[in-house]
Design a protein around this ligand. Structure first.
Ligand code: LLP
Length: 427
């Protein structure tokens, strides 16, 4: 098997390894565990879907910024989509081709824009002040800035409001009513080259007709822009494809379904398509591995308390997101109960799952949260002084490698400049 799955023996696996064996080999808990092969296959699904189209796959690094994972995607041929100066620095260090790299965001800083322009990275223009900063970056670096204009198409992605970005009231992009002003400014500035148009609707999208609706609107904008003499090359339709978090056997649209709904529009205009997948590239490749601390009952509620928490994985607390939960080993008894799976963090919002039907585990048993490759580790915090967990991946089906070590208390003190405290921990 490939990825995180239940074997015919009832144990959970990551590629060819039993997760319980990995737990025994790992030196800490909780931790993140990835299937390298699953990442490769997710990338390949996009690559194959895009055959015959000029295209750039820009992996949205915000979903997971593990350096080894970034390097691996770059080796596979991916470009990168970045939303901060530090993500940009990491992507350059990981060797991404700057001309296949896009710098997005509604609050890009002047210095960050200079770094992007100096390196020939494609830059997304999000507002009036952003344009002014891009112009200054081009002036200061003596380089022409290659700009995509982010248009807010006002299409409802039908997802949780926190991950919806392309509606009229969103903080992202410009409304088409302002488009002409931007075109005039760009035309008047020889340091700028308008190379494309961008939109991004939201995340966890499970209906691909939404991408077609938005692309149809974008095609109109592109025609308008071209009619004014701009040589537009790129249509960037953003990211946003959802994955099957529920595990109820639903058939969700694949990258091919997504690309097929826009293919004719893109090729008829002779455009290069840019897509910016984050979640659909990495989410399914990983699980968050916990150890059960104990089980308790309050009133009519049962709890499984584990060592992981909202500090390492905040999506359930923040978006009421469902991520499937399994015990790592089959249980001797078939009896199940309803549990909330919670962490040790001191607040009631700290849960990984609610009303999950599971056998009653023992202290020390393994419990995994599935589909944890996207927006889990990258959103981890130090709340309650929980420190960033280690990350491991399985390579070549069998080989377990630590791809990031966990942060220790000593690291934590040292990073804060508290050398004395760091020395005390050492002793
Ligand atoms: N491009 C842009 C401009 C974006 O804003 C995003 C995500 C992406 C691409 C990648 O979208 P994806 O393919 O991953 O859906 N923390 C939330 C998700 C926030 C997404 C923000 N923007 C979550 O955990 O569900």
């Amino acid at each position: 098997g490939v990825g995180i799955y239940q074997g015919t023996d009832g144990y959970m696996y990551c590629d060819g390894l039993r997760i319980d064996d990995i737990r025994a080999a790992a030196d800490s808990s909780p931790f993140y565990l990835y299937s390298k092969e699953r990442i490769r296959q997710n990338y390949k699904a996009y690559q194959e879907a895009l055959q015959g189209l000029d295209s750039i796959i820009g992996y949205a690094v915000k979903a997971n910024n593990n350096f080894r994972i970034m390097q691996f995607l770059r080796e596979l041929g991916s470009g990168a989509v970045l939303v901060s100066g530090n993500e940009l620095r990491m992507a350059l260090k990981a060797g991404f081709d700057p001309t296949r790299t896009i710098f997005n965001g509604n609050g890009k800083l002047p210095k960050e824009l200079e770094l992007a322009v100096a390196n020939g990275v494609l830059v997304n223009c999000d507002s009036e002040f952003d344009l002014a900063n891009i112009q200054a970056a081009a002036r200061n670096t003596g380089k022409r800035a290659r700009v995509l204009i982010r248009i807010n198409p006002d299409v409802d992605p039908q997802v949780h409001p926190y991950v919806s970005t392309g509606l009229a009231g969103s903080k992202f992009g410009i409304r088409n009513t302002h488009l002409q002003w931007f075109l005039d400014q760009i035309k008047a500035d020889p340091n700028l080259e308008l190379v494309g148009a961008h939109c991004h609707l939201g995340s966890t999208i499970t209906k691909v007709n939404i991408f077609r609706d938005a692309t149809l609107l974008m095609v109109d904008f592109i025609k308008q822009i071209r009619a004014q003499g701009f040589d537009l090359k790129f249509l960037n339709i953003g990211g946003g494809l959802g994955i099957d978090y529920q595990k109820k056997g639903d058939i969700l649209p694949s990258p091919k379904d997504l690309i097929d709904t826009v293919r004719d529009l893109v090729s008829s205009l002779g455009l290069t398509l840019i897509i910016e997948p984050g979640r659909s590239m990495v989410a399914t490749s990983s699980c968050f591995v916990n150890t059960v601390t104990g089980v308790k009952t309050n009133g009519n509620k049962n709890f499984i308390v584990v060592d992981g928490s909202m500090a390492e994985l905040i999506r359930p607390s923040l978006y009421d997101a469902y991520q499937h939960i399994e015990l790592t080993a089959p249980h001797p008894s078939a009896e199940v109960q309803k549990f909330d799976v919670v962490g040790p963090v001191c607040e009631s919002a700290d849960f990984l799952g609610k009303d999950r039907v599971l056998p009653t585990p023992n202290s020390g048993d393994g419990l995994i949260v599935m589909d944890a490759g996207a927006y889990c580790m990258s959103m981890a915090s130090n709340y309650n002084m929980k420190l960033a967990p280690a990350e491991w991946w399985v390579e070549d089906g069998q080989k377990l490698t630590k791809i990031r070590r966990g942060v220790t208390l000593e690291d934590h003190f040292r990073n804060a400049g508290w050398e004395l405290a760091a020395k005390l921990v050492q002793r």
